[in-house]
Design a protein around this ligand. Structure first.
Ligand SMILES: *Cc1c(COP(=O)(O)O)cnc(C)c1O
Length: 396
C-alpha cells in the first residue's frame, strides 16, 4: 500500500498517472520513423505552448540548467557582454554560469522579492550606443522568491533603445503554467525543463530559438558539442538525436503536451491563477506575508511565504515531511530560513491545493505559530467555491 501524498514543491511536480505510464515503454529503434512519431509532435506541441509560429524547438537530455548552457554556448562568444538582473537564487545561478563561460556580465542587483527593473534595463541599453551588450537575460519567474517579471516590459526597453541584443528568457517555472508569449514578446531563446509545468520527471532541457538566435550560432565561439543545436537539428531531420534520445521521457512529453493543449493553454494559465489566488488568500488569513513585494509580481506557480522574525521557516518543511509526509519547498540563498515555499503548478486541482494548505496550517500550529487551524483553508475554500473550476466538472 502506498500512501503517497501530492507534493507542493515548485518542481518536480505531481505526475498524472497517464503521463507516468507513457514514460514507461518498451525499447524502440531510436533512429527510425517510429521515433519520429514521438519527436515531431513534441517539437510542434512545445512551439504551441510557447505561443510561437516559427520558433526552432530543441529538446536535450538534461535539465533546465542545461537549457541555460544550450542558450549561452550556441549564441555567444568568450568576452561577450550580457545584461542580467539578480533577484533570486535562479538568476544568481544563471549569472554564475555566464561568468564561468567567460562572459562579461553586467549585473543589476535587485532586491529579492522585486521583479526585473525594466526601467533600469532601459537606461543601460540606451546608454550602450556601441551595442556591446549582446544578450539581455531575464528570469521570467524567480522560483526562489515567487516573483514574476514583466518580459513584455523588458522587450519594450530593448525596442525603445533600438538595441539589437538577443533576449533570453528563463521560463523554467513559468512555461506551460503562466502566460508566456514567445512571438509577441520578441523572445530570442526561451528555456524550460520537463519537471515543472510539463508534469514529467526531470531529464529534458526544452528550448525555443528565434531565427535570429539560430543565426547567432554561426559566429558564437563558446565551446559546445553535446549541446550543439546544429548537430541536434541534423539529428531531427533524420528522426533522431545526434546520440541516444531519452525515448520514454519524450513519449511522456508527447502525452503531457496533448493534455495541456486539450485543456487549452489559456485555460491552463487560468487554472494556475485561480489556484494561486486561493493560496494567497490563505497566506493573508494566516497574517503572513509573501516574499514578493507587490501584487503585480506575484507568481502563479510558487508562493514564498515569510515567517515571523526569529522563527526558522525551514522547520515547517522538515516537520511537514517527517510528520505528515508532505513536501514543501525550503527557502534558498538569501531567504533561507526566512521563507518556506508552496509550489502550486503542474497537475493540480483546487482540492489538492486545499490539502496542502491544511497541512501547512497543521505544521505551523504544531510549531507554535499563532495561526488558527482552518483559517487559511476557509479563505481558499470561499474563493474556490465562488469561482468553481468548471473544467473539472466533466473531467474523466
Ligand atoms: C527549476 C529552475 C531552474 C533549474 O532547472 P533544473 O531543471 O533544476 O536544472 C532554473 N530556473 C528556474 C526559474 C527554475 O525554477
Amino acid at each position: 500500500m502506498s500512501f503517497q501524498n501530492p507534493v507542493f514543491i515548485p518542481g518536480p511536480t505531481n505526475m498524472p498517472e497517464a503521463v507516468r505510464q507513457a514514460c514507461y515503454m518498451p525499447t524502440i529503434d531510436h533512429r527510425s520513423p517510429t521515433f519520429g512519431k514521438i519527436l515531431h509532435p513534441c517539437l510542434d506541441g512545445v512551439r504551441q505552448v510557447l505561443k510561437s509560429e516559427s520558433a526552432h524547438i530543441f529538446i536535450f537530455p538534461s535539465t533546465g540548467t542545461g537549457g541555460w548552457e544550450v542558450t549561452l554556448t550556441n549564441t555567444l562568444s568568450k568576452g561577450d557582454k550580457v545584461l542580467v538582473a539578480r533577484n533570486g537564487m535562479f538568476s544568481h545561478r544563471w549569472i554564475d554560469m555566464c561568468q564561468r563561460h567567460g562572459l562579461d556580465v553586467q549585473i543589476v542587483e535587485t532586491p529579492w522579492g522585486d521583479g526585473i527593473p525594466a526601467d533600469t534595463y532601459a537606461a543601460i541599453l540606451k546608454a550602450d550606443t556601441s551595442h556591446e551588450i549582446k544578450a539581455v537575460l531575464a528570469t521570467h519567474n524567480e522560483t526562489a522568491t515567487g516573483v514574476k517579471s514583466d518580459i513584455a516590459a523588458v522587450r519594450a526597453a530593448m525596442n525603445a533603445a533600438n538595441h539589437p541584443a538577443l533576449l533570453f528568457v528563463d521560463g523554467v517555472s513559468s512555461i506551460a503554467s503562466m502566460d508566456f508569449r514567445f512571438d509577441a514578446w520578441g523572445v530570442d531563446v526561451a528555456v524550460t525543463g520537463s519537471q515543472k509545468g510539463f508534469m514529467l520527471p526531470a531529464g529534458l532541457a526544452i528550448v525555443g530559438f528565434s531565427d535570429k538566435a539560430v543565426a547567432a550560432c554561426e559566429a558564437a565561439d563558446l565551446p559546445r558539442t553535446f549541446f550543439d543545436i546544429k548537430d541536434m537539428q541534423k539529428g531531427y531531420d533524420a528522426n533522431a538525436f545526434p546520440y541516444t534520445p531519452p525515448v520514454g521521457l519524450m513519449n511522456g512529453l508527447k502525452l503531457a503536451l496533448e493534455m495541456l493543449l486539450e485543456e487549452g493553454i489559456d485555460n491552463v494559465v487560468a487554472r494556475h491563477t485561480r489556484i494561486a489566488t486561493g493560496v494567497r488568500l490563505a497566506v493573508e488569513a494566516w497574517g503572513l506575508e509573501l516574499c514578493a513585494t507587490s501584487p503585480d509580481v506575484y507568481s502563479d506557480t510558487v508562493s514564498a511565504i515569510r515567517t515571523p522574525e526569529g522563527f526558522n521557516a525551514t522547520d515547517i518543511v522538515t516537520h511537514a515531511a517527517e510528520v505528515y509526509g508532505v513536501a514543501f519547498g525550503v527557502g534558498l540563498g538569501e531567504v533561507a530560513g526566512k521563507v518556506f515555499r508552496i509550489g502550486h503548478l503542474g497537475s493540480l486541482t483546487d482540492v489538492m491545493m486545499l490539502s496542502g494548505l491544511a497541512t501547512a496550517e497543521m505544521c505551523m500550529v504544531d510549531l507554535g505559530l499563532d495561526i488558527k487551524l482552518g483559517s487559511g483553508v476557509a479563505a481558499a475554500q470561499e474563493f474556490y467555491r465562488s469561482n468553481p473550476a468548471a473544467a473539472f466538472k466533466n473531467a474523466a
